[in-house]
Ligand binder design. Structure first.
Ligand code: PEP
Length: 252
């Protein structure tokens, strides 16, 4: 049975002190929640990873990095490798976020390399993808999503999919306050499962968690998360507040 997941992407927010205090509050508020089939993940900036990762030890909260370089080491000023993440206790990484694709020119080809490096290091990947508004308006969104998945992930063997979490994030809904309707999210998630099933098999498609991302808030989460093929959310803005974030975790 696939897991429900709520993952908070803190982006370039929270210094070390704020990061430690936010994760502490989240842990406290989740203390009495059994989280039977739900995973809770937070993704602070690189500078806070080590401390936050120490804080979540022996708790139900997990920590992810927001990015990672594809090379093992070398002359890549400002970058962080998979082994470096591992050395501070992090083995989950978000790859392909639309902000990385847009502002840092991360192409499908680069992302495929990052995926391979992460898997080689036994990391779990939250792989993000989604169409821009023009694609949605011109009804090209299914093609865009299919091509992002094919180019970034479909070179993998079926067995590798145990380490993949998908995050469908329509770019027009990220940080805009505009959410895809629960029906639009369900329609796309069902499509994603169908193309994975066609490429691999039903088992792979049914076992992969597919998160929705884009202006998810406590007010709209229940309806979105209740859809059959939506297994939770990748959360930006609402993940910066412990009450909101925990309310999302409690929205299943
Ligand atoms: C995101 O950046 O992944 C995201 C979904 O942001 P927000 O929730 O703020 O739209």
């Amino acid at each position: 049975m696939r897991k429900q997941i709520v993952a908070g992407n803190w982006k370039m927010n929270n210094d070390l002190k704020t990061s430690k205090s936010l994760v502490k509050k989240i842990i406290k508020k989740l203390k009495n929640n059994s989280l039977k089939n739900t995973r809770v993940i937070v993704a602070p900036t690189f500078v806070s990873l080590e401390k936050v990762s120490k804080k979540v030890k022996k708790t139900k909260v997990e920590v992810a990095a927001q990015n990672m370089h594809q090379a093992k080491s070398g002359a890549f000023t400002g970058e962080i490798s998979a082994e470096m993440l591992e050395s501070v206790g992090v083995n989950i990484v978000i790859l392909g976020h639309s902000e990385r694709r847009e502002y840092f020119c991360e192409t499908d080809a680069i992302l495929a390399q990052k995926v391979d490096t992460a898997l080689k290091n036994n990391m779990e990947i939250i792989f993000c993808f989604g169409e821009i508004l023009e694609d949605r308006k011109s009804e090209n969104h299914f093609n865009v999503v299919e091509s992002q998945l094919k180019n970034g992930l479909f070179h993998l063997e079926a067995t590798a999919w145990g380490n993949i979490i998908l995050a469908y994030e329509p770019v027009w809904a990220i940080g805009t306050g505009e959410t895809a309707s629960p029906e639009q999210a369900q329609e796309m998630h069902a499509f994603i499962r169908k193309i994975i099933s066609n490429k691999y098999n039903r088992d792979v498609a049914e076992n992969v968690s597919i998160l929705y991302g884009g202006s998810v808030k406590p007010a709209n989460a229940k309806e979105i998360f209740s859809k059959e093929d939506v297994d939770g959310g990748l959360i930006g803005g609402a993940a910066l507040d412990a009450d909101n974030f925990v309310a999302l975790v409690n929205s299943f």
